[in-house]
Design a protein around this ligand. Structure first.
Ligand code: ADP
Ligand code: ZN
Length: 705
């Protein structure tokens, strides 16, 4: 039997476990229940997939997310694991067929929705040899969580039905209350608990005070420009806002799709597919999007509006950078959104809990200290130092006496009788010459142009700070006009001084060029690495289209990046790339090595002898002769002739996995007797040519030794 680490190498092509995986796997193999808390992208699936491959029976994975089930099944199959999914979106006869295959012991894993599991519980317990039950998104069982699903409560029956089968509960989001709820609601007995770190240090965090619609759009456009071949998500508060954003980006020539619950299922599916395939650069979506999206190369997530709680926010930004490479999370913060959210909270069943969650979210948005520490503390995780990868860490807020600056803004607001919003006030301060200003004669007031020396981004930041400090307020009931508070009036009169935090540039270029053409973007490459990565991504896209699977099922970005680094031009080097298991090695080596060879100015075809080496690598990785023939689509005799050749070179010594000593002896005897006709006599006696060739090679090898 292969050990967990061998399986990790053979099926997944990874060389080591991530934190927690090994402990969780070994406890599971010892038959213990477990509770696994790991952030999105932490590597939860391997925690049950590897035991599934070690254990003799079948592993059942309960998941509420159909899209995720399908992705996982595809990914498993791409790695050579037999798996099926059972859920309401599949035709009944296919579901039945899957259950039948499982009952016959022909599957290693089955993904099933909780509703369906409850329905088929007797059928499953009666007919299948179940080795492990994994319950994904386990926080759905708790009313304290943000995603309670009543059917999860029924999963208690699982432990009753299978008292001796280990159960693994997994989740990516759970505050303390939810955690203890999960274990008790599922009836886990003395579970092994792994509370993984929620830190996702590769995601940079920043919050930008809403600079207005146009600037926001420009900022998003510049994010897309920064990552032309990758993709990002813009989360919007409402369906309408998602659609508007989508239209605006599409009009600028970006490949955008829209996604929300108001769309027809087929439209939604199509949007999701375009996004996952990498054909769309950006999806403008409501929170309905993302559950179960397993796409590892999302490079940025923008929150166009503030989310309702930290859990949702964390889950949404966690969709970026799942491959561990740098990613950006940017939130636009606007007070109006808080008011809208308050409205939602008041109408929700759990006003108090949700109100507190929103307060915390607001505190995060307004924070001037390390944002990651705030997030981690929310999940009860200790952090002893600032992260260095959030806006507040990168440029700590320097304070200055902002009294005069504030007086200018306040006085502008007062002189126009408090009938304008932030945007117009900034235009007045900066002395802009637009028609709105001229029409309303704002160019004649005293403070017109008093703040010319500052950019609109700077004014935007300062006015927001003044709101946070309580000098100005926004009249939500009156078209979002700005007006001074009594405290603000004191500042205008010089009775109070105030401190402001110095403006600092956002973590990304705040709006660059805008494109107007629909024309395909022809990226210019800054480095050869970038160019090669681009080439490899195109190879991947071609394959994914050909096979009808999402690009990440072929290879993750982390794998392509490692390929760029190692630039393998032969099969041995290719096998050493991170994330290339045996099945993918065989399936894809020619296309990728070919592209790299071309890039390096070599003939695209692999050097001679590559086929033999490929067989050797697979054989040494633990595959049998039959498996190698099947997966490579070649004759068994060819595999044997490869192994014979390698035997003569002394590179194969594991003979008992190929041929019996009895057969070797038979061949030996025939050759000793009469070498001339030995081959034909053996063949006539029913021995296969490949076996004869192999035996000869072994005999020669032993003679030489
Ligand atoms: P989660 O379910 O926790 O969100 P996944 O199981 O989908 O995370 O894993 C995220 C990514 O990390 C996947 O691409 C997965 O193949 C990869 N991964 C998991 N474990 C390892 C490992 N030990 N070494 C390298 N990559 C890993
Ligand atoms: Zn920080």
């Amino acid at each position: 039997m292969l050990s967990p680490i061998d399986i990790l190498k053979k099926f997944y092509g990874y060389s080591s476990f991530r934190p927690g995986q090994e402990e969780i796997i070994s406890n599971t193999l010892a038959g213990r229940d477990s509770l696994v808390l790991m952030p999105t992208g932490g590597g939860k699936s391997l925690c049950y997939q590897i035991p599934a491959l070690c254990l003799p029976g079948i592993t059942i994975v309960v998941s509420p997310l159909i899209a995720l089930m399908n992705d996982q099944v595809q990914s498993l199959r791409a790695n050579g694991v037999r798996a099926e999914a059972i859920h309401s979106n599949r035709p009944e006869d296919e579901n039945d067929m899957a259950l039948e295959l499982a009952a016959r012991g022909e599957l290693k894993m089955i993904y099933i929705s909780p509703e369906r599991l409850m329905l088929d519980l007797d059928r499953i317990s009666g007919r299948m040899n179940v080795s492990l039950i994994a319950i994904d998104e386990a926080h759905c069982i708790s009313q304290w969580g943000h995603d309670f699903r009543p059917v999860y409560k029924e999963l208690k029956a699982v432990k009753e039905k299978f008292p001796t089968v280990p159960v693994m509960a997994l989740t990516a989001t759970a505050d303390r209350l939810t955690r203890s709820d999960i274990a008790s609601s599922l009836g886990l007995s003395d579970p092994f608990c792994w509370i993984g770190s929620f830190d996702r240090p590769n995601i940079s965090l920043s919050v930008i005070n809403d600079p207005g619609k146009q600037k926001r759009l420009a900022a998003i456009a510049s994010l897309i420009d920064e990552h032309p071949l990758d993709s990002g998500i813009v989360y919007c508060l409402s369906r309408k806002k998602a659609e508007d954003m989508h239209k605006a980006l599409a009009d600028m020539g970006y490949r955008s799709v829209c996604y929300h619950a108001g769309m027809l299922p087929a439209e939604r599916e199509r949007a999701q597919k375009l996004f996952v395939n990498g054909e769309a650069q950006v999806v403008c979506a409501t929170v309905a999007f993302g559950m179960g999206i397993d796409k590892s190369n999302i490079r940025w997530v923008v929150h166009n509006n503030i989310p309702g709680n930290i859990e949702s926010y964390y889950q949404e930004i966690g969709r970026a950078g799942r491959d561990g490479m740098p990613a950006q999370a940017i939130m636009f913060y606007n007070f109006g959104d808080i008011m809208t959210r308050r409205g939602f909270v008041d109408g929700s069943g759990q006003k108090e809990v949700n109100g507190e969650k929103l307060d915390f979210m607001q505190r995060y948005a307004e924070a001037t200290v390390c944002r990651r520490r705030i997030l981690l503390s929310y999940f009860s995780e200790e952090s002893h130092s600032d992260c260095g990868n959030c806006d507040n860490c990168r440029s700590p807020r320097e304070k200055f006496d902002g009294t005069i600056l504030a007086q200018k803004a306040l006085s502008a607001v007062i002189r126009i009788n408090c009938v304008e919003g932030i945007g117009m006030v900034i235009d007045i301060l900066r002395g802009l010459n637009n028609s709105g200003i001229i029409q309303k004669r704002y160019h004649q007031i005293k403070t017109y142009g008093a703040g010319r020396d500052l950019s609109s981004w700077e004014w935007n930041s300062y006015i927001h700070q003044m709101i946070q400090l309580g000098l100005l307020e926004i009249a939500y009931e009156d078209n979002f006009h700005l007006r001074p508070t009594p405290y603000g009036m004191k500042v205008v009169r010089g009775q109070e001084r105030i401190e402001l935090s110095k403006y600092r540039k956002p973590l990304f270029p705040a709006g660059k060029k805008q494109k107007n053409s629909q024309a395909e973007v022809k990226p210019a490459f800054a480095t050869p690495e970038e160019e090669l990565l681009h080439i490899l991504k195109e190879v991947r896209l071609d394959i994914s289209k050909e096979e009808g699977v999402p690009a990440f099922v072929v290879f993750s970005d982390a794998t392509l990046t490692d390929m760029v680094e190692k630039r393998p031009i032969d099969i041995e080097a290719f096998a050493g790339v991170h994330g290339i298991g045996q099945v993918k090695l065989t399936k894809y080596n020619k296309k990728f090595i070919g592209a790299i060879r071309k890039f390096r100015g070599l003939p695209a075809t692999l050097p001679s002898g590559s086929s033999t080496k490929e067989t050797l690598i697979l054989f040494n990785g633990g595959m049998s002769v039959e498996e190698i023939a099947e997966i490579r689509g070649i004759q068994k005799a060819t595999v044997l002739s490869h192994l014979a050749e390698m035997t003569e070179e002394g590179k194969v010594t594991d003979f008992d996995r190929i041929i019996s000593e009895e057969d070797i002896a038979k061949v030996g005897k025939a050759i000793d007797g009469n070498p001339e006709g030995a081959y034909f006599r053996l063949k006539e006696g029913g021995m296969e040519p490949g076996t004869i060739r192999m035996a000869q090679a072994i005999i020669n090898y032993r003679k030489k030794k």
